[in-house]
Structures are given as structure tokens and as C-alpha cells.
Design a protein. Structure first.
Length: 327
């Protein structure tokens, strides 16, 4: 038996229940992993609330680190005793131990702690596919301006540092002056408090009226319309989340008058459908962290029994950087 967090119906943090569950043996293509630490992400909130509908009862959690305890038939990249970390479907990382598909589980370098491993996988791989794989027409080059919303969050702080290492001028937005200072301290070229400033006007001012080549937006409804107007001609609007709610439907016809701009809705799980792609992206992330180009900020820690409070704080925008759940 092991402890795991489940919900039996969609709703608020009060629906999160810590229960005893049975853990079996891994089948073909699976492993059993005993967790050392678990990551907290906004996608967990979407699944709990029902924004992303999944069958009930549901175990939550999308990333963790730990030690491989058993390996199923056909798994060759992992062995018993390996340190490992993952961001993976299906959900279920809010637990002490689980059986899961091995495809998206990667060996964790010895230089990276379990805590950092749990905090970095989903957010770091997200930053990787955004900055390396979700690019405007003609790509990005050193000196280009990009706009990144929620720049003081877990993905945002990684992106600030990685963008600086790549030579980009990242304009970050956040909801307080303190969060803006955090983004600046982590490599953002400029930071805008969207609660006190018009971020569209500031982006135009910073870029000399030209706009940015790409907007990376996980906020959604509250930032959507002005984000489109921040783009230079042929720029890319890359949506990857809806923290403030889903944007209203739009007509493709508006994209032409705004400069023949591009629009995409990205998910990490489209990028890690194969073992090869997952490992390639993870290796890039591991190199960025072990080289010192990217530091993973773990700013909040909660025990598994306090998972409901962790969700409340995340939704209330009380968190910065990464949050982990300890076991």
C-alpha cells in the first residue's frame, strides 16, 4: 500500500483526498518508481477543476523524481536503482510510489538533486519546447525581443534565464513589483507589472513601436487581446495555458489586419510523444541546468498531506518559481 492523492469529482482544493492505494508490478513498457519529491503545476489545477476533463476517480500530478524499483519487459533505458525524473501522462505523481509508462521517464544526472529534478521537468521541458521549438517565421536570433507572460512563475523564471543565455531580449510581465524584480534578477531585459501598467503600451515603447517577434502566453483571457497587438508583422502568438481562464473564440480573419500574424496552441505532451524526443529535450534541459545557465528556483515546499493548501496558494498567485511536494 502507498499514499496517493485522488479526487472523486471536479471542484475546488477541498476535493483532494489522501488515501491508501495498492501498487502492483510494472507491465511491458512500464516501471515502478518510488518518489523522492513531486512537482506542482497549473495543469494540476485545470484537471482538478474540470477545465481539462478526465475520468473519475482521478489521481493528480504530472511530474516527480525518485528511484526506479522495478522495470517491465521491453524497458531498456532504465534499470532498478536508477535515479529518475519525469513529466508524463497519465497523471498520478501525487503519491509515494506508482507504476507508470517508462517512455517519458529519464535518468536523472547525479549532479541534479531529487528536489530540483521534481521541480524542473514539466516546467523546464515546457521552456525548452517554447524557446527551441515554438518559433516565429525565420526563427529567433540574438537581440530579438520576445514577450513572456507570468515571467516570475516556474516556467517563466526558467525561460528568463534560458532566453538570456540565448541572447534574446525577454520582456516579462508579472502581477506585482516584487515579481517583476524577480524576473529581472533572472535575466529578463525588461519587466512590466500588468496590474499597474499597460503592457501593450510599454512593449511598443521598449521595441520602438515595432512589437515583438513572439508572445509566450500561459495566462489566457486577461492578456489575450493586447498580446496579439504586441506582435510585429508575421509574429507568433504561442498560447500554452489559461491561468486566468480561456480566451474568447476568435475569427481567423483578425490575424491578417494585425500583421498576418501566426497563432498556435502548444502542449508539452505533443512534444514528448516518443522516447527519442523526450530524451533529446531532457538532455538539453539537463545541460542548461548542470552548466549553470539555468538555476531552478524552489520557492515553496509542502508535505503531501497539505496538497490542498498548495493548490490554494498556486491559484491565488501567492507562489513564485517552482513548488515541490515532499514525501
Amino acid at each position: 500500500m502507498t499514499k496517493a492523492v485522488i479526487i472523486e469529482k471536479n471542484g475546488g482544493p477541498e476535493e483532494l483526498k489522501l488515501v491508501d492505494v495498492t501498487v502492483g508490478q510494472p507491465g511491458p513498457g512500464e516501471i515502478r518508481i518510488r518518489h523522492k519529491a513531486v512537482g506542482l503545476n497549473f495543469i494540476d489545477v485545470y484537471q482538478r477543476s474540470g477545465l481539462y476533463a478526465l475520468p473519475m476517480p482521478l489521481r493528480l500530478g504530472m511530474e516527480a523524481s525518485g528511484v526506479v524499483e522495478a522495470v517491465g519487459e521491453g524497458v531498456t533505458h532504465l534499470k532498478v536503482g536508477d535515479r529518475a525524473a519525469y513529466a508524463s501522462q497519465p497523471p498520478g505523481s501525487y503519491c509515494e510510489e506508482r507504476v507508470m509508462p517508462a517512455k517519458c521517464v529519464c535518468k536523472l544526472p547525479d549532479a541534479i538533486s531529487f528536489e530540483t529534478g521534481a521541480a524542473m521537468m514539466l516546467k523546464g521541458l515546457t521552456a525548452q519546447y517554447l524557446l527551441k521549438r515554438t518559433l516565429p517565421q525565420g526563427g529567433l536570433k540574438a537581440g530579438d525581443f520576445i514577450l513572456f507572460h507570468a515571467a516570475a512563475g516556474g516556467v517563466g523564471l526558467i525561460a528568463c534565464q534560458w532566453a538570456k543565455a540565448l541572447g534574446y531580449n525577454l520582456i516579462g510581465t508579472a502581477g506585482s513589483d516584487a515579481k517583476c524584480q524577480l524576473a529581472l534578477a533572472n535575466g529578463a531585459s525588461h519587466a512590466i507589472n500588468y496590474n499597474t501598467e499597460d503592457f501593450l503600451a510599454r512593449v511598443k515603447e521598449i521595441t520602438g513601436g515595432k512589437g515583438v517577434k513572439v508572445v509566450y502566453d500561459s495566462v489566457g483571457k486577461d492578456t489575450w487581446d493586447k498580446s496579439l497587438d504586441c506582435l510585429a508583422p508575421f509574429g507568433l502568438m504561442a498560447s500554452f495555458g489559461n491561468a486566468s481562464g480561456a480566451p474568447a473564440p476568435i475569427s481567423p480573419g483578425i490575424l491578417g489586419p494585425k500583421g498576418s500574424i501566426y497563432l498556435t496552441r502548444q502542449t508539452l505532451f505533443s512534444h514528448i510523444t516518443t522516447r527519442e524526443s523526450t530524451q533529446e529535450m531532457a538532455d538539453d534541459l539537463f545541460e542548461a541546468v548542470t552548466s549553470g545557465k539555468v538555476k531552478i528556483h524552489i520557492d515553496q515546499t509542502y508535505p503531501l498531506a497539505d496538497i490542498a493548501q498548495a493548490h490554494r496558494d498556486l491559484e491565488a498567485r501567492k507562489t513564485t518559481g517552482c513548488t515541490i511536494i515532499t514525501l
